[in-house]
Ligand binder design. Structure first.
Ligand code: C5P
Length: 408
């Protein structure tokens, strides 16, 4: 996967610098060509001679080579790199990157890098937790840098925190995944260029009191997979996310709006739909919410039973269906019985152009799984049932169908 890829490995001065040698070896083993750039401090922790031997290239550190006076061009390095990995990245290096303080070759190379940059922070746990570091990391994230989160450990206070650099294997894997995604994107059909798609995903939570809610087990996996798929096909994608699984990620460039309740989701979806060509309601919206939300935590007291009064939530899909004009609207149906009839009547009632049915009778389909088995119905009377697939592959089938709708 990394054969012939050009990687600039930036090493700054942390105790984890010795792990950079292992990372370098792994990258070379996977077929990459690696050029090391080291900060003056980095050299205190690992010798350039070791790194030069492993990479087969002289290590770059100074703007001028001491013996020949030859100018090392960070611009050339920045252009050469298909990926720049900074591991370990100290608090100081992260701070300089975030603020453009270009006082060494590593930072100037970073500022000249044209392709993706990936950072593996390594520092004392308290330094990582400091608001200053967190602010700088956030800046890097916003600038499009991939952060390989450090590992957990114990703080001086005994509490757990993060800071230890991720293992070389995991960093190399993150690099491979980056190249894999890139390749996937470039091999995708670009059939959604110029289309704007808004996708809702995950559950909604309806507050009972300040600490409790009514929710459901939806993870948001299907909606996120679909969002990534549409983005890879060239669409402009917005995700309206309920409280989804924290580990789910969206490809860079997808707009994300976080909401909690059905009401919040309704207003976000209505706003976005007006600016979109397609809306996909992949969220598992809570059907009911408590009539009143208690202002303070409901006490247990001596009651053996309590009654919660619930009121119906707005049907978001139906609300969008009423205002859709020439836009397209897609819904999901999760059914346990009379699957086809229910799906079809929902499509009609909510004025959808397409509905994706998951039957809970099928093993591996529906919520909380990595797989799904679907049937796609369209309003012109066609239906197509697909075999059990990963949610990623299911997303591609749904995207094909959406693309078909848009082509009409
Ligand atoms: O009626 P049912 O909940 O089965 O319909 C499912 C479809 O309707 C899904 O696309 C879901 O996102 C959407 N829905 C909604 N608002 C609700 C309930 C469901 O948009 N309150």
């Amino acid at each position: 996967m990394m054969k012939g890829k050009h990687i600039v490995l930036g090493i700054s001065g942390g105790i984890a610098a010795y792990k950079a040698a292992m990372l370098l070896r792994l990258l070379i083993k996977k077929g990459a060509e690696v050029q090391v750039v080291i900060t003056p401090n980095g050299k205190e922790f690992i010798t350039p001679a070791t790194l030069a031997a492993l990479s087969g290239k002289p290590v770059v550190s100074e703007f001028f080579a001491a013996n020949t006076g030859e100018w090392h061009s960070h611009v050339d390095l920045g252009l050469w790199a298909d990926l720049m990995i900074i591991a370990p990245a100290t608090a100081s290096t992260i701070g300089k990157m975030a603020n453009g303080i270009a006082d060494n070759m590593l930072i100037t190379t970073y500022l000249s890098a044209k392709e993706q940059v990936m950072v593996a922070p390594a520092m004392d746990l308290d330094m990582w937790a400091h608001p200053s570091t967190q602010r700088n990391v956030e800046t890097l994230r916003r600038d499009g840098v991939i952060i390989v989160e450090p590992q957990a450990g114990f703080l001086a206070s005994g509490l757990t925190g993060k800071g230890r650099m991720e293992e070389p294997e995991a960093i190399a894997e993150a690099a491979e995944e980056y190249f894999r995604n890139l390749e996937e994107t470039s091999s995708k059909k670009m059939d959604m260029i110029g289309k704007r798609i808004v996708i809702s995903a995950g559950p909604t939570y309806e507050s009972i009191d300040p600490v409790r809610f009514i929710g459901n087990y939806s993870s948001g996996k299907m909606g996120f997979a679909l969002a990534n798929e549409c983005k890879q096909r060239g669409a402009e994608v917005t995700v309206v996310a309920g409280p989804v699984d924290k580990n789910l990620t969206l490809i860079d460039g997808i707009k994300r709006i976080d909401v909690i309740s059905a009401h919040e989701m309704l207003s976000a979806m209505e706003n976005e739909f007006d600016e979109s060509d397609v809306a996909v309601m992949a969220a598992a919206v809570a059907d009911y919410r408590p009539v009143e939300v208690a202002e303070s935590k409901i006490k247990r007291e001596n009651r053996d039973e309590i009654t919660l009064r619930l009121v119906k939530n707005p049907d978001i899909a139906a609300a969008l269906g009423k205002r859709k004009e020439n836009r397209k609207l897609i819904g999901f149906a999760l059914e346990t019985d009379h699957e086809f009839e229910n799906a079809l009547s929902k499509m009609q009632r909510k004025n959808l152009d397409m509905i994706v049915l998951n039957s809970l009778r099928d093993k591996g389909a529906g919520m909380m799984t990595d797989t799904n088995k679907i049937t796609i119905f369209t309003s012109d009377g066609t239906d197509r049932t697909f075999p059990l697939k990963s949610k990623k592959d299911v997303a591609a089938d749904i995207a094909d169908a959406i693309s078909g709708l848009l082509g009409r």
